[in-house]
Structure formats: structure tokens, C-alpha cells
Design a protein around this ligand. Structure first.
Ligand code: 0GY
Length: 302
């Protein structure tokens, strides 16, 4: 029994994903995943926009091992607000195999930032998806960015493609490495070379501090799982091929807020060779890039 009643339309994570056909290279990092609670131990935030099912660290490690990954980057989910206890608990229990991206508010103290760093946090996430936040966090991001720069952390931003024109100048003024979640969620019914995605490619091309996760075909696709998310592949492949040194991949388990279907995580892994078709690109996407960003002390240059 969970301590919270999940939303009536909440889809639970897949209980028995397929075994991927793609053999994930040794040392691969799942660079975007979350833990939810468990709510009885780590309550969800009062200001949350959704109440999920539980998804514990042990369940995340089990998925990591099953899919063939070695490490995780756990990203604070909005249902926990700026209370990073569930994230920190997961990082500390990971034997050094997980690093994290936290959410912090402006009243965070330097001592708290140091404690997050000690636990393995290497970035902060700011959400510009309007349905997930009450107000867009321009001012707090600016002020927090100046502080986390000192720790050599990066900023993770989440926004939707149609919002980029109005956010572009603000984003490019940020002083740290900036990681964009899910390629800025392009509208894949629009052309690959149309103005919307071209602006995202320009952001990546003209700002070498920008990285992109090429994750979440299940959120972006209109074609869906029965067509193997085919409509997302040219977008993700373009980003991987053009910016091979600055791309990351993640499962997004346990897939918050999926309303149409719950993806099979094994099927998601099988998309990797379609968006990163060579061994060299796979090594960069899954190992050397995330290691450079999250485990620089262990990183081998590629
Ligand atoms: C994602 C996507 C979503 C939500 C969150 O933290 C979150 O609540 O990340 C979403 O609803 O699109 O990246 O996991």
C-alpha cells in the first residue's frame, strides 16, 4: 500500500519490460531517470502538480541491471519539489553508481549545497514546462546559476519546442554548461528542417556550453510504440550526429505523466542504435559524455 493515492489516470511503470536486443556497452549511463518516494518514506511535495505511484531506488537499480546499464543520473522530479531527500537517499545508497540533478530554491544555504555535492549532485534542474510549474523561474535560475557555477555544476532545463523563441536569449545568457531535456521536446509533425527545430539546432551549434538529452521518444512521438517511435528518430539522430560530444541518453523511468501509454523500457533501449548508428557514437552517447559531465574524476577522454 502506498502512503499517497496516485492520480486516477496515473500509469504505473512497466512491470516486465522486454530484454533489449541492443547490447548496451559496458559502463553505460542511464542519464535521465527519477525516483518517486516511496511516499511513506519521502512524502511528495504539497505544491506538486501530480501524485505518482511509488518508484524506489531498488526498483531503479533492478531496471539498470536488467537493461545492462552500469550507472544512473537521477533527476529530481517535480512531484518532490525542492525537497531532495529521496534523491539524496538514492545517491548515497548507490555505491557511487548514481549521481544526481537536484531542484533547489533560492533560500538554499551554502552548507546545503555542499551536502548535495557530497551526496553526488552535479546539477540543478529548472522547469519551463508551463503545466509543471506555477511561474517560469527566470529570476531564481539567474541567482542560483551564479552560485552553482562555483561548484562546477550544470543547469538542466526542461521546455517545449514552441516556447524556445521567447526563452532563447535568457537561456543563452546562462553562465554554466546547460543540458536540455529531451531535445526541447520538438513537435515531430513539423519538418526536421523547419523553423522550430532549426532554432534548437542553432542553439546547440552556436552555444558550445549546451548539451542535449536525446531521450523520451515516448513523449515526443505521434506514431507511438507500435511504430517504434519512428517519427522521433530523424530528430534524435540529427542531434547525435551533429553534436556527438554533447549528447546524453536516458530511460526517463518511471516515466512521469505519461497519459497515452507506458513505454516498455527494453523497446526504448532498442531505439539507441537507430539514433546512434555507430559504435563510436554509442560510446560517446552512453559512456564518455555522461562520464565527463557526472564523473569527471573517472572520465577517460574520447
Ligand atoms: C520528464 C518529464 C515530465 C515530468 C517531469 O519532473 C517531472 O515531473 O520530469 C513531464 O511531465 O513531461 O522529463 O520526466
Amino acid at each position: 500500500m502506498s502512503a499517497f493515492n496516485k492520480d486516477a489516470d496515473w500509469l504505473d511503470w512497466h512491470p516486465s519490460p522486454s530484454k533489449p536486443k541492443f547490447v548496451v556497452p559496458n559502463g553505460a549511463v542511464d542519464a535521465h531517470c527519477h525516483v518517486f518516494g516511496p511516499g511513506a518514506e519521502f512524502p511528495f511535495a504539497p505544491q506538486r502538480k501530480y501524485t505518482p505511484c511509488d518508484a524506489s531506488k531498488k526498483q531503479l537499480w533492478a531496471l539498470r541491471d536488467y537493461l545492462g546499464f552500469s550507472r544512473n543520473v537521477v533527476v529530481q522530479a517535480t512531484c518532490h519539489g525542492a525537497d531532495n531527500r529521496a534523491l539524496v537517499d538514492a545517491l548515497l545508497a548507490s555505491n557511487g553508481l548514481a549521481r544526481g540533478v537536484a531542484t533547489v530554491s533560492e533560500d538554499v544555504t551554502d552548507t546545503e549545497l555542499d551536502a548535495l555535492h557530497q551526496a553526488g549532485v552535479r546539477g540543478v534542474r529548472f522547469n519551463f514546462v508551463k503545466r509543471l510549474v506555477d511561474a517560469l523561474p527566470f529570476d531564481s535560475l539567474k541567482r542560483i546559476a551564479a552560485r552553482i557555477k562555483e561548484l562546477n555544476w550544470h543547469i538542466v532545463i526542461y521546455f517545449e519546442g514552441q516556447e524556445l523563441p521567447e526563452l532563447y536569449d535568457f537561456f543563452t545568457s546562462l553562465p554554466t554548461t546547460v543540458v536540455v531535456d529531451h531535445m526541447g521536446r520538438p513537435d515531430v509533425t513539423k519538418p526536421l528542417d523547419g523553423p522550430e527545430f532549426s532554432l534548437f539546432l542553432k542553439l546547440m551549434r552556436e552555444n558550445e556550453n549546451f548539451w542535449s538529452k536525446v531521450s523520451c521518444p515516448e513523449r515526443i512521438s505521434v506514431a507511438g510504440p507500435s511504430k517504434h517511435y519512428v517519427d522521433v528518430i530523424p530528430f534524435a539522430r540529427t542531434v547525435v550526429e551533429q553534436f556527438s560530444q554533447r549528447v546524453l541518453w536516458g530511460t526517463d523511468w518511471p516515466h512521469p505523466n505519461m497519459k497515452t501509454h507506458m513505454p516498455d523500457d527494453g523497446q526504448l533501449v532498442d531505439i539507441i542504435p537507430l539514433i546512434a548508428p555507430t559504435t563510436e557514437l554509442q560510446q560517446k552517447l552512453l559512456i564518455s559524455n555522461p562520464m565527463r559531465l557526472y564523473w569527471p574524476e573517472q572520465s577517460i577522454k574520447s
